[in-house]
Design a protein around this ligand. Structure first.
Ligand code: ADE
Length: 257
């Protein structure tokens, strides 16, 4: 899969793409990402990418022509019309389900919005607007990096162990269960009071038991109880197996007590 990202802050996006799972996938050639500097598609001496809004008002609007030229340049490079996404707080909210749909496309062009907005005429070339949440960022660069990360994780071979993606919180519509690593016991104590001796913080016994069936059931139970407590809305569309439905019934019955 190939991502093209059009931005006025190419260094910021390139830095973000170099790190972690996405960076390694790019190095290994499992994923391609090209960052395009919007300013290189301007034709004036000052490489201006924005202008005042017609009708007045504060803030600058991204000019249409450099963006349209950038889309045309990517189209030429890939030899096809790119699928164009615009990052915008007015867009479809990014969810795991949306990411699963986006990964079906062999190529995505992400236009990073900026300032007060983007000239409306650009939207004629945009397939979909994507928001990463109900808040306003100063620009779309962080949103584009979030989209690349979420979608890239779904490409086979990007995350080392495919099973870990299938088990991810949200892949099945549930929150994740708690994770522990060694040591099995650490000294407790209130935050900021190092050296305070209080109850030891222990890893739940079941995880040390070596009983894999019990561990699996414990994890299901923890996932379900967390989801019930923190995000009960997710349970409406979660894909539960018979065992999970049974555990959920027990948890709900306990809640009532
Ligand atoms: N640009 C500004 N805010 C945004 C958001 N919440 N999601 C995507 N792009 C944005």
């Amino acid at each position: 899969m190939r991502f093209d990202i059009v931005t006025i802050f190419p260094a910021m996006v390139e830095d973000g793409l170099r790190a972690g799972v996405v960076g390694r996938a790019i190095d290994r050639g499992v994923l391609a990402a090209r960052v395009h500097d919007l300013r290189s598609f301007t034709t004036d001496r000052h490489r201006v990418v924005d202008d005042v809004a017609y009708g007045g008002g504060p803030g600058m609007v991204l000019k249409p022509e450099p963006i349209l030229r950038a889309i045309d340049a990517v189209a030429k490079e890939i030899g096809a019309a790119p699928r164009v996404l615009l990052t915008s707080p007015q867009g479809t909210r990014l969810t795991q389900q949306v990411a699963e749909r986006l990964v079906q496309s062999p190529q995505l062009l992400l236009l990073c919005g900026r300032y007060e907005g983007v000239d409306e005429r650009v939207r004629s070339r945009v397939d979909e607007e994507i928001s990463i949440g109900d808040y306003v960022l100063s620009g779309g660069e962080l949103a584009a990096l979030v989209i690349v990360d979420v979608v890239a994780r779904l490409i086979p071979g990007v995350v080392g162990d495919d099973q870990s993606v299938a088990d991810d919180s949200f892949s099945r519509g549930l929150l994740d269960f708690p994770h522990y690593t060694r040591p099995a016991e650490i000294e407790g104590g209130a935050a900021g009071q190092t050296g305070t001796i209080s109850d030891a913080l222990r890893v739940p016994d079941v995880l040390l038991s070596g009983n894999h069936a019990e561990i699996r059931r414990w994890r299901k139970r923890e996932s379900l109880s967390r989801t019930l407590e923190r995000r009960p809305d997710l349970l409406e569309s979660a894909a539960l197996d018979d065992e999970e439905r049974e555990i959920l019934r027990e948890l709900i019955a306990q809640q009532g007590k």
